[in-house]
Each structure stands twice: as structure tokens, then as C-alpha cells.
Design a protein around this ligand. Structure first.
Ligand code: TXA
Ligand code: MG
Length: 319
């Protein structure tokens, strides 16, 4: 595995080479880090599933350079999806669309739908742009974590926890700590009205305002495999308890307005909801690094990003 060198363009150049040679690239996005493979290479994608220990029918998001690449992957794209793409890409939003005939099952976990996203991160854009110049159509990339476990948002967690699963030919691109810290909003755009499959930074209100249309109530009674299909996810080794008072020796993550009881190990005291999301996965990873067995988390209140955070916390705490 090639660790990041000092020169940014070198890292990206090595990343593009790795993708073209069928190897993997860990790259930063504004949400979380991704474990990327050429979305047209079945062997490379198969390694992603193997490394993550991820069920084969759990589809990956294909990251594309711009909305110009939508039609390479999807068909029957509704007007409202083009509007969302225009308003929120590059950005923390994934659109699920009907896949076209060229899109192979290995890129979609054998679903008849494909998930697409244009990330908003300079290194990710550079990687996607250079890869496109070499004929690449997209990078299939799940979050960097073993299936069901905490997602990596820093290069340190990746080096300590994940790098050993890679080979010498894979590449890691250092982008510092992920800006947003939780995964993108996923919107199913295969019906007359959009439906949110996974909440995120792009909220229901933002979507409704953009397309002047009501979002359908989220229903998980579909055959599609998506985040909501799993009750438990994003889990550290420590047991996570929500909204209970921490005891001596427990880890504790809560907004800064809450004080730390004596003997409790504070894992973070974010001052805003944004900072809460930014540092959440890092705090949970830190608990494991410190071998803390129980973590008490005070969940943030409110709509929007706070409710997206609660979606992750409820799954992390499913014990
Ligand atoms: O922010 C993000 O979305 C990050 C960064 C790296 O882009 N990626 C990410 O990927 O969170 P992953 O694989 O950890 O989560 C992707 C989710 C999965 O829950 C998957 O089920 C859903 O996207 N998904 C992918 N393709 C889908 C499809 N065709 N239909 C429904 N859901 C799909
Ligand atoms: Mg994930």
C-alpha cells in the first residue's frame, strides 16, 4: 500500500494509476472517506466487498465527475432528479435512478437501480477528473469501514484500523478530517416523487424547496437493499447507550452545554450540530482505541442534520 506523499498531485496521480490497474484507492470526500474501485471492473469491485466483508447484494454508490455522466449509468431520469443534481452537486447527496442497459449488475449489487453521487472535495474531484480523462466512467465506493462498523473520517483511523486490509498496490489519499462527518443523503428518484432512503446533510426541507414538490414518506417496504434495511450499523466495539447518564469509566459524547460527570471520559464536546456530526465517528473510534466498553451519547435534538445524526446513533446503539 502506498501511503500519502507530500505532494497532492502525486497522490492523485498514483490513485488514478491504481484505479486504471484494477487496484483500490481510499479517497476523501466531504462526507466520509470512500474505498474506491473502477466501477467497470468486476474484480476490483469484488475486492471491495471482500475487504469490507459486505453482503454481495448490498449495492455501492458510483461516484461520477459531474452530472454529465448521469446518462452513462442511468435512464428514465425524472426532471426533478436533474434539478436536484443541478442544485446540490457537487455535494453530499446520492441519487438512486433506474440503471441503463450498459450498467452491469456487479456495480449495483444486482439491483435494477444505480446510486450516483458527485462528491464535493477537491482531491475527489481531481481523482474523478483525471480518471475520466483516462476513460473511467465512475468510481464505485462504499464508506471506509468493515460492514456494520464505524465509518472512517480521518486518515489516522484509516492508517490504524483499515490499512492492513489493503495490498501494496492500493493507494490512500490524505484529505484531512472529513468536513461533514456523516454519509450522504440518499434519495430514490425512480418514482413520480422522490423518497429519502438515508437522511443526511441535504434535508427534506432543502429537497422540497429545490423541486417544489413534496417528498414521499420514507418506506422501507421495497426489495431494494439500502441503509434503512439494516437495523444495526455504524457500530463501534463499545456498547453505545443513548440519552442515559454516563457512569464512572464510561465514554461520553454530547454537546458542550452538557458537563462531564466526575470519572467519565469525555470523547468530545461539540459546540454545534455541524461539529457534532463532524466529530461523531472519530469519537466512537477513539472509544475503541482507548478500549472503553460503554459509551453514553446524548443525541442532538431538532430536525435536519440533527435527525440524520439520530438515524446513525439509533443504529449504532442497537444492542
Ligand atoms: O457519503 C457517502 O454516501 C459515502 C461516500 C464515500 O460517498 N458513501 C457511502 O457508501 O456511505 P456506503 O456503501 O457505505 O453506503 C451506500 C448506501 C448503502 O446503504 C446502499 O444500500 C445504498 O447506498 N445504495 C447503493 N445503491 C443503491 C441502490 N441501487 N438502491 C438503493 N440504495 C442503494
Ligand atoms: Mg457505509
Amino acid at each position: 500500500m502506498k501511503l500519502p506523499s507530500k505532494k497532492e498531485s502525486d497522490q492523485v496521480r498514483l490513485g488514478v494509476e491504481a484505479l486504471c490497474n484494477g487496484n483500490l484507492v481510499i479517497f476523501p470526500t466531504e462526507t466520509v472517506y470512500g474505498l474506491g474501485a473502477d466501477a467497470l471492473n468486476p474484480a476490483a469491485i469484488s475486492r471491495v466487498y471482500q475487504i469490507k466483508n459486505r453482503p454481495k447484494n448490498h449495492p455501492l454508490i458510483v461516484h461520477i465527475f459531474s452530472d454529465q455522466y448521469l446518462k452513462e449509468w442511468a435512464t428514465h431520469i425524472p426532471d426533478y432528479a436533474f434539478k436536484l443534481a443541478a442544485d446540490f452537486w457537487p455535494g453530499p447527496m446520492t441519487l438512486v435512478l433506474e440503471k441503463n442497459q450498459a450498467t452491469k449488475d456487479f456495480a449495483t449489487g444486482s439491483q435494477n437501480k444505480v446510486a450516483l453521487r458527485v462528491p464535493n472535495n477537491s482531491k475527489a474531484s481531481e481523482l474523478l477528473g483525471e480518471f475520466s480523462n483516462r476513460g473511467g466512467l465512475g468510481i464505485a465506493a462504499p464508506s471506509v469501514n468493515r460492514f456494520g462498523e464505524v465509518t472512517a473520517t480521518t486518515i489516522e483511523v484509516i492508517r490504524n484500523e483499515f490499512a492492513r486490509l489493503l495490498s501494496d498496490r492500493d493507494v490512500i489519499i490524505d484529505g484531512g478530517q472529513s468536513q461533514i462527518g456523516i454519509e450522504s443523503t440518499i434519495i430514490d428518484c425512480t418514482n413520480k416523487v422522490p423518497m429519502i432512503l438515508r437522511p443526511g446533510w441535504v434535508t427534506t426541507e432543502m429537497i422540497q424547496k429545490s423541486i417544489d414538490m413534496k417528498v414521499a414518506k420514507t418506506s422501507f417496504r421495497t426489495n431494494t437493499m439500502h441503509s434503512g434495511a439494516f437495523k444495526s450499523h455504524y457500530k463501534p466495539k463499545a456498547k453505545v447507550y443513548l440519552d442515559i447518564n454516563p457512569k464512572e469509566g464510561n465514554g461520553f459524547y454530547a454537546l458542550s452545554q452538557f458537563q462531564t460527570p466526575l470519572g467519565v471520559i469525555r470523547l468530545g464536546a461539540p459546540k454545534s450540530i455541524e461539529e457534532y456530526a463532524h466529530n461523531l465517528y472519530l469519537a466512537l473510534s477513539e472509544a475503541d482505541r482507548m478500549n472503553i466498553k460503554i459509551v453514553s451519547v446524548y443525541s442532538p435534538q431538532g430536525d435536519g442534520l440533527a435527525s440524520a445524526i439520530r438515524d446513525r446513533l439509533i443504529k449504532a446503539a442497537d444492542n
